[in-house]
Design a protein around this ligand. Structure first.
Ligand SMILES: Nc1ncnc2c1ncn2[C@@H]1O[C@H](COP(=O)(O)OP(=O)(O)OP(=O)(O)O)[C@@H](O)[C@H]1O
Length: 352
């Protein structure tokens, strides 16, 4: 369990972040300059906050009140950064065992991360992906109580990332070491994290399971961070058991259930995957003007005008046989309420 609370005032930046997590992988997800790296620095002991308390499994790492500030080497925290600085004059094996007395564990890590065959090579003789595996093995060989990953995969090729995700998962599951991961990549959040902490301008905006936050973003900026694209303004009309009806211009649109009251001004976000093949109770029919069509395998990506708003939607090819998709022509689409989020209006001012 990581219990984190820290404040620090910089000349042009006010940092005040608190969250708790006992997930095996927690992602810090935020736009650039929001305080992700600062959070890792405070956890690791590289930066001393003005105020706050940081506890790892009940042990106080930092407490301004109690006057405790453990130095980094006493915190039992492993690191992995994007620029994994391996010792160039040491072999892979020497790099991994440098700080660890546990040779059995080091061997197991070589095996789990599939780097046995390069163990006698020097860093300059191995690839970027291999270096990153070695750095991960080195970070884990000291049996840390927490592992911090600062965008560790961002410089790597997509297929390489895929295999590292799998290996990281294997290692985390086998050793039970919790991870705090800093990332800009929404796919990484979904692939790796059970819990996400969304930061913005030095504050926590929202925490929760990635799917929960994805479908119920607190504000438009968070929704955009998660890849939402189609935002429309409306007013809550009524709440039903399984959905909320929002009035957008001439239409009543069924959305995901929210607790907002009738008459509240809101923004709705229609996910591009909202068009559904099987209209059911929780769906709504809207009329759009098709402006552009891009064909892909299994679906078409269409750009449409809907009551003066531009939207991007993905339409399954299996859509009813009498459905005609043509540029410049009006068409009707069924949208599934589950893929339409309701966001409180106050956040609409957010640009970005
Ligand atoms: N030592 C410092 N003195 C003054 N300001 C700082 C200092 N360190 C960080 N900041 C400011 O704090 C803010 C957050 O920085 P941080 O590095 O945590 O952002 P980040 O979310 O990790 O961004 P990125 O994704 O770009 O790495 C930035 O605006 C930065 O300018």
């Amino acid at each position: 369990m990581l219990e984190f609370e820290a404040e620090k005032q910089f000349k042009n930046f006010n940092y005040s972040v608190s969250f708790k997590t006992d997930s095996s992988v927690t992602a810090l997800f935020a736009p650039s300059g929001s305080g992700k790296s600062l959070t890792l620095k405070v956890i690791s002991g590289l930066l001393k906050p003005d105020r706050g308390e940081v506890l790892l499994n009940g042990k106080v790492l930092f407490s301004s009140e109690k006057g405790i500030n453990l130095p980094p080497q006493r915190r039992k925290i492993g690191f992995l950064f994007q620029d994994y600085a391996l010792f160039p004059h040491m072999t892979v094996w020497e790099n991994i065992t440098y700080a660890s007395k546990d040779l059995e564990l080091s061997r197991r890590l070589l095996e789990l991360l599939e780097i046995e065959r390069i163990k006698d090579k020097y860093p300059k003789q191995i690839s970027g992906g291999e270096k990153q595996r070695v750095a991960l093995a080195r970070a884990l060989s000291t049996k840390p109580e927490l592992l911090l990953l600062d965008e560790p995969f961002s410089a790597l090729h997509k297929t390489l990332k895929e295999s590292l995700y799998r290996e990281l998962r294997r290692v985390i599951d086998e050793f039970g070491i919790p991870v705090v991961l800093v990332t800009h990549d929404v796919e990484e959040v979904f692939r790796l994290a059970e819990n996400v902490v969304v930061l913005d301008r030095g504050r926590v905006v929202q925490t929760g399971e990635p799917h929960e936050v994805f479908f119920n973003p607190k504000n438009v900026k968070t929704a955009k961070l998660f890849g939402h694209k189609n935002f429309l303004k409306g007013t809550v009309f009524k709440n039903e058991k399984n959905f909320t009806v929002v009035k957008v211009g001439r239409d009543l649109i069924k959305c995901r259930r929210s607790d907002l009251k009738s008459g509240e001004e809101v923004t709705i976000s229609i996910l591009p995957i909202a068009p559904t093949i099987s209209p059911q109770l929780e769906s709504v029919k809207i009329k759009v003007l098709v402006e552009e069509i891009e064909e892909f395998k299994g679906f078409s990506l269409i750009r449409v005008d809907y009551q003066g708003n531009k939207m991007e939607l993905s339409v399954p090819s299996a859509l009813s046989p009498n459905f005609i998709l043509e540029r410049g022509r009006e068409t009707e689409l069924h949208l599934a309420a589950d893929y339409i989020s309701v966001i409180k209006e106050e956040s609409v001012e957010e640009k970005g």
